[in-house]
Design a protein around this ligand. Structure first.
Ligand SMILES: Nc1nc2c(ncn2[C@@H]2O[C@H](COP(=O)(O)OP(=O)(O)OP(=O)(O)O)[C@@H](O)[C@H]2O)c(=O)[nH]1
Ligand SMILES: [Mg+2]
Length: 461
């Protein structure tokens, strides 16, 4: 049973128009009463839901004006009595109000503790609670939609359906084993095998969604590579719309890795600018080149930039082949940018296509060709891989592990059926799959798992 009352700044410690101090727990109303005053009356006997102008006090000292919101249990975010004080959004003001609330008997909330209470009070399941953070962290339209659909229970719904099937079969099996005179298992194994194959297919689909999901959540990890002076930093700046990276006519300008997030359409890219690759750089440059190769190793996409005004240099092709090898080894896609077309291009698209993968003609300086590049990225990473927005169900890394464990258990059951092992052996596997899926929704989650999930939350959520 949760007995204590918690409080935190829910709106983040940055200057903003309004700052919100959230109080939740059985003593939320008396605690708030001790630190707010109204023209008349108190919160103790307020309506179930209330919004009222008052003032936040520390003892007899007025700290700020505040709109006071009351949401009584169970109709609140946490399922407990909740009071929110909306004061002015200055970090200092909010701290003073929070201090006063703590003095009045609340305790500082741990990160994610409000949402953890919502979970413990049955307001949402574990995958929905995880979706709260995903929605806060969403960097693109796809990420937002995926998080919202998980928050609305789409993933939990599918997982629960599968669990339902597994438990129904287990119950039937056990009943039959207990009462073989009345319940026959003739032909049952075949029916069960067919059902488990369908379950497997669904699990596989969800696992696949997790792999796509990483790109949707975090953005396409895009590493810009090429020879010195090809225009890599200019390209980064073009995407950012500002002079973020230093650009000069001197080859070897960029020495270190530079990482920035950009958005276009419904997607997000993590763009990584690197040092131009050549043999004869100085010591600093050599370290930069090392880092460039390292970055390429965990890229989803490599943008290989070449200076077309220099013609089709042999060095460029050599480096391209090396980069392509690294990309292929690590499962990354490659797009070649034939850059500086504003200076005129001494070769055709056909010739570029023969030498390089996915060539896109572009001028990083003028922006010509940027749309074609975006189209290409969309084609490689999004088209046909993302279902319609409404059914955007994407499993996260943690969920994927449980799905994989469930797959292993279902496969065990299937091979037990195949080898004709007695029925009571498969119930163990079915229950195993059932329990792993339960860790996604939280039905079978232990305290340690729950704690590790909520520890990652931000303060005040
Ligand atoms: N005309 C023209 N010049 C460009 C274009 N892109 C880059 N440049 C110029 O090429 C030079 C090198 O550009 P950078 O963006 O610094 O090239 P880089 O690949 O980052 O070079 P390093 O950091 O040295 O590896 C600069 O003078 C840019 O202004 C382009 O599309 N057209
Ligand atoms: Mg550069």
């Amino acid at each position: 049973m949760i007995k204590d009352t918690i409080a935190a700044i829910a709106s983040g410690l940055v200057s903003s128009g309004i700052g919100i101090i959230r109080i939740s727990g059985p003593e939320a109303l008396p605690v708030a009463d001790a630190c707010v005053r109204f023209k008349n009356g108190t919160l103790k006997d307020s309506a179930d839901r209330l919004a009222r102008l008052g003032a936040a006090y520390d003892g007899d000292e007025k700290i700020d004006e505040a709109i006071v919101l009351v949401m009584r249990a169970p109709a609140s975010y946490t399922g407990e009595d909740v009071v929110e004080l909306q004061c002015h959004g200055g970090p200092y003001v909010m701290r003073r109000v929070l201090d006063s609330v703590i003095k009045a008997g609340a305790r500082n909330a741990e990160p994610g503790e409000f949402t953890k209470r919502a979970f413990l009070n049955g307001k949402m399941d574990l995958s929905q609670a995880e979706a709260v953070m995903e929605l806060i962290d969403a960097r693109s339209e796809y990420a937002r939609k995926a998080a919202l659909s998980q928050l609305s229970g789409a993933l939990s719904g599918r997982v629960s359906e599968l669990r339902e099937k597994l438990i129904t079969e287990t119950a039937y099996l056990e009943a039959a084993l207990d009462d073989p005179e009345h319940i026959s298992l003739d032909g049952y194994s075949q029916r069960l095998a067919a059902l488990l194959s369908r379950v497997l297919a669904e699990l596989d689909e969800m696992i696949e969604s997790a792999d796509r999901g990483k790109i949707i959540r975090e953005g396409v990890r895009t590493v810009i590579l090429g020879r010195p002076n090809a225009g890599k930093s200019t390209l980064l700046n073009l995407f950012l719309g500002e002079e973020r990276a230093i650009v000069t006519a001197v080859p070897g300008t960029t020495r270190d890795i530079l990482e920035e997030s950009v958005r276009f359409d419904e997607m997000a890219l993590r763009l990584i600018d690197t040092a131009g690759i050549r043999e004869d750089g100085d010591e600093i440059e050599k370290i930069g080149i090392e880092k460039a190769y390292d970055a390429a190793k965990d890229a989803d996409l490599v943008l290989y930039v070449t200076d077309s005004s220099e013609g089709l240099l042999g060095e460029d092709r050599q480096l391209f082949n090396k980069v392509k090898e690294i990309a292929e080894e690590n499962g990354a896609a490659v797009i070649t940018l034939i850059n500086k077309i504003d200076k005129g291009t001494p070769f055709s698209e056909q010739e570029a296509g023969d030498l390089f993968d996915n060539p896109v003609f572009i001028s990083a300086k003028t922006g010509e060709g940027k749309e074609k590049l975006e189209e290409k990225i969309k084609e490689l990473f999004y088209d046909g891989r993302i279902n319609s927005a409404e059914e955007l169900i994407i499993a996260g890394a943690r969920q994927k592990e449980e799905l994989l464990a469930a797959v292993a258990a279902v496969k065990n059951a299937l091979s037990a059926i195949e080898t004709g092992v007695p029925e009571d052996f498969y119930t163990v596997d079915l229950m195993d799959a059932y329990n792993h899926l339960g860790r996604i929704t939280g039905d079978t989650a232990d305290e340690a798992l729950i704690n590790t999930i909520f520890e990652k939350f931000c303060m005040g959520k």
